[in-house]
Ligand binder design. Structure first.
Ligand SMILES: Cc1cc2nc3c(=O)[nH]c(=O)nc-3n(C[C@H](O)[C@H](O)[C@H](O)COP(=O)(O)OP(=O)(O)OC[C@H]3O[C@@H](n4cnc5c(N)ncnc54)[C@H](O)[C@@H]3O)c2cc1C
Ligand code: SF4
Length: 800
């Protein structure tokens, strides 16, 4: 078998090897990578820096993959020489490895501009996982960071650092941000967005030196100006790694020169990715490397045929809350520009047309249509007939045509390079019917998540059994999709289950639709509806969990898992008095009294004098906490107090399915916040709010919703998500399915990054519901009967 040596264990090298493997085991492959990790998704380093993903989350190929495919992986070894006459490569560990075919996939390195003092402690680049880890170690609240470079990388680095509490200034040489991708108005719109996030931007400044005695103390600009800082990130551009190619004696200009079949000037040496120059272009993006990899795999396996003709360049900023997309040639010269601006909404759109075809596009503030523009660019579509819809979505009747019109070779997921054809193949050949299955089968949608809706459109259009959950009806009694039903109930001002059934249903209902309608009315009218107890589940009617022997389980509320000696005494007394067969500490830090007779329930509640823990309902269950800063030496936040307050704000509210929460004082995560519906994770200088986790029948690590500085901000972010879930999830849909279905990007956009008006609306409706909520064990004393209402007084617990 021929020996293939690959230098560079990055995205391009491994994408090409994956393609080669599709043709069968034709080579014995050895891969050298000077980084010490397996192949990972470099573009997601921005998310790792922002704390949205961990290093494990961005692994593309695990060690197992290399083993299974019999690839000899040599990490931590840098190839320092190539002898193209003897056909060997030499590593910095002294190894000499022979090859029959050599693939150079050496990528780029960060370009360091001529600035004095770049060797000082506190100067970083942002290219590798190690760079990211080093930055994460240094970043912290109050750290003053300067990012040199206002391009995509610089802005993503800036946001990432800011997420850790750094005060960040972006210093850019040019007059507007991302000037290669945006025109001046686009740059100004983007700048406004960055400022809104609290990131300072200084334009037109040339950095001359880094100040400090050994360690960074500031940066100096031309004209004797300077800025104090503790940390500097240089993100001023990249340079292709071509040294080895030079040593191998192959043609090199700015990059390693390759032809349309990805061949270099030496027939045994090939190159792919950011290190190459094709038709005079050196790319700095992932999409071209996937295109190149496919062509190269065909060439290397003796199927020379398909040609690589270049890739339309497109850039998308991956900063949550800041949408920016640019593709093609955005130069005005010789082009007809069509623009739209709305400063209040922060939306700027521009398309540049040449000969009736799209030459380039800029979108700031609203990138929903980016795939449409990419398709027009890729297919060189004639837009004469579509001029009316250049800047706005087509009429509703045409929606969906976009995905049908996309070519099979069009990239859907830019982060992992998955085409429409691959997705369609997975649906037809591997029986993929859900987004999760699609992720597993193709890895589409596992990167930044911005292709979620496109993937769903494809599933909807092609998968025979794809269930568009939004369109799911509850049951045959009320034949409407849930979102439509919510609209009807709202517009028709219906407040009772029976009215809904009589007007829009079969007049009778069943045990499936009645609890769902009960929930919907309660949520829509913020508790001001006609409650019909008979429409609730049995557990909700008796306010306890029925057990297999017909007895009941009683779990009183213990906010945050904290109790008092007095409460414990009362629980013990109740257990004695009613001869409770089992008293059990639950996994959710509460005490369960099992085996209580139905007739004893009201007396037990009265004797306990504690509110219901509602461990039986489709509603808020509990908030599990760890001891946090109060007692733990690792604690960075007072997780117990935060958890208790969280429970106070959410308890007694109904939700589409049960909601479990947790608050932990540090990422050691002792109360398992990452597998809860909502979790608060204390970090140095703030909180991470995570949502959509599960550790039951399904296991899912929660997604990061946001990182904030104060406990109040963390609680507010939780409230926004909580109410958003209440209003938009299908009945009986757990948060982990809900977040998965919508995609965390959309959830973030419509909650923590929504407009102030939208946020205020969510919080207001939640507050109204909360005001009308009441302890289930005090049924009959609700605010609906204010004269009888007696608020329960729970003895103040420690730490509140
Ligand atoms: C933070 C960040 C965000 C990005 N965001 C985006 C984005 O949103 N969209 C987008 O399209 N692109 C983005 N990119 C660019 C994208 O990551 C690159 O285009 C892509 O990784 C290039 O792949 P590559 O394999 O050619 O190079 P690399 O991924 O750099 O891989 C090359 C590998 O070869 C190794 N190597 C080099 N020389 C040697 C040697 N002599 N011996 C052994 N090993 C060697 C390097 O250490 C490296 O591991 C981003 C990049 C960064 C850093
Ligand atoms: S999660 Fe952190 S703060 Fe909380 S108990 Fe564990 S180690 Fe301590």
């Amino acid at each position: 078998m021929k020996r293939l040596v690959v230098v560079g264990n990055g995205m391009a090298g491994m994408a090409c090897v994956e393609q080669i493997l599709k043709y069968g085991q034709m080579f014995h492959v050895t891969v050298f990578g000077d980084e010490t990790h397996v192949n990972y998704n470099r573009i997601m380093l921005s998310s790792v820096l922002a704390g949205e993903k961990s290093a494990d989350d961005i692994v593309i190929n695990s060690r197992e993959w290399y083993r299974t495919n019999e690839i000899d992986l040599r990490v931590g070894v840098r190839i320092v020489d190539v002898d193209s006459a003897r056909k060997t490569v030499t590593g910095d560990d002294g190894s000499v490895t022979p090859y029959d075919t050599l693939l150079l996939a050496t990528g780029s390195t960060a370009w360091m501009p001529p600035i004095k003092g770049l060797d000082k402690d506190g100067v970083f680049t942002f290219r590798t996982l190690d760079d990211t880890r080093a930055l994460l170690q240094r970043a912290g609240p109050e750290t003053r960071a300067v990012v040199i470079g206002g391009g995509l990388l610089g802005l993503e680095a800036a946001r990432g650092l800011q997420m850790h509490g750094c005060q960040v200034t972006v210093v850019h040489l040019m007059a507007t941000l991302m000037e290669r991708q945006l025109d001046p108005p686009g740059g100004r719109f983007l700048m406004a967005k960055m400022k809104e996030l609290g990131i300072r931007v200084v334009l037109g400044k040339s950095t001359t030196a880094i100040r400090g005695k050994g360690r960074v103390e500031g940066v100096e600009f031309t004209g004797d100006e300077s800025l104090d800082c503790d940390l500097v990130v240089v993100a001023a551009g990249i340079r292709p790694n071509v040294d080895l190619a030079r040593k191998a004696g192959i043609e090199v200009k700015r990059g390693i020169v390759v032809n349309d079949h990805m061949e270099t000037s030496n027939p045994d040496i090939f190159a792919v990715g950011e290190c190459v120059e094709h038709r005079g272009v050196c790319y700095g993006l992932v999409a071209p490397l996937f295109d190149q990899g496919k062509v190269l795999a065909a060439t290397m396996t003796g199927r020379r045929g398909p040609a690589y003709e270049g890739t339309v360049q497109a850039a998308k900023l991956k900063i949550v809350g800041v949408e920016m997309f640019s593709a093609g040639n955005i130069e005005d010269e010789g082009a007809e520009a069509v623009r739209y601006e709305d400063p209040s909404l922060g939306i700027y759109k521009k398309v540049a047309l040449r000969n009736g075809k799209l030459a380039g596009v800029i979108l700031v503030g609203d990138t929903a249509d980016s795939h449409r523009y990419m398709e027009w660019l890729r297919t060189d579509a004639d837009l004469t007939e579509r001029r009316r819809h250049l800047l706005f979505p087509p009429p509703a009747a045409d929606v969906g045509l976009d995905v049908a019109e996309m070519a099979d070779s069009a990239t859907v997921c830019g982060c992992v390079g998955v085409t429409k054809g691959t997705i369609i193949h997975a649906i037809h050949e591997r029986g993929v019917n859900t987004l999760s299955q699609l992720k597993e089968a193709t890895r589409a949608c596992t990167g930044c998540g911005s292709c979620t809706s496109l993937c769903q459109d494809l599933l909807r259009a092609v998968a025979p059994d794809f269930e568009d959950e939004k369109k799911k009806t509850i049951c045959a009694c009320v034949p409407f999709a849930e979102d439509r039903l919510r609209d009807i109930l709202r517009s028709q001002k219906l407040r009772s289950v029976q009215d809904v059934l009589e007007i829009y249903g079969n007049g009778v209902g069943c045990e499936i639709c009645k609890p769902a309608l009960s929930y919907m009315l309660d949520m829509l009218w913020c508790g001001d509806h006609d409650e019909d107890r008979s429409a609730r589940y049995i557990n909700d009617r008796v306010h306890a969990n029925i057990q297999k022997d017909g007895t009941f389980s009683v779990i009183p509320r213990m906010r945050g898992g904290v109790t008092t000696p007095d409460e414990l005494r009362r629980i013990a007394d109740v257990a004695d008095k009613y001869q409770v067969p089992m008293v059990k500490v639950t996994g959710s830090q509460r005490i369960d009294l099992l085996g209580i007779k139905k007739s004893d329930l009201p007396k037990v509640w009265a004797d306990l004098g504690m509110p219901s823990g509602q461990a039986y309902t489709k509603g808020v269950r509990m908030v599990k906490t760890c001891v946090g800063t109060e007692f733990c030496r690792f604690g960075t936040q007072n997780s117990t107090a935060a958890g208790i307050e969280m429970e106070r704000r959410f308890e007694q509210l109904f939700t589409p399915h049960k909601v479990k929460m947790a608050a932990v004082g540090c990422p050691r995560n002792c109360a398992e916040a990452t597998v809860k519906d909502i979790g608060l994770i204390g970090v140095e200088g703030g909180w991470q709010v995570v949502v959509g986790g599960a550790a039951g029948k399904s296991v899912r690590k929660a997604d990061l919703l946001t990182t904030v500085e104060t406990t109040e901000q963390a609680l507010e972010a939780s409230e926004l998500f909580f109410q958003y879930y209440r209003e938009n999830a299908n009945y009986l849909e757990r948060t982990y399915d809900f977040v998965e279905r919508l995609g965390i990007e959309k959830v973030r956009k419509e909650t923590v990054y929504a407009t102030d008006t939208v946020k205020a609306g969510l919080l207001d409706r939640l507050a109204k519901s909360k005001a009308r909520s009441y302890d289930a064990w005090k049924e009959g004393q609700s605010p609906r009967n204010p004269t009888q209402f007696v608020p329960i007084t729970v003895k103040e617990k420690v730490l509140v």
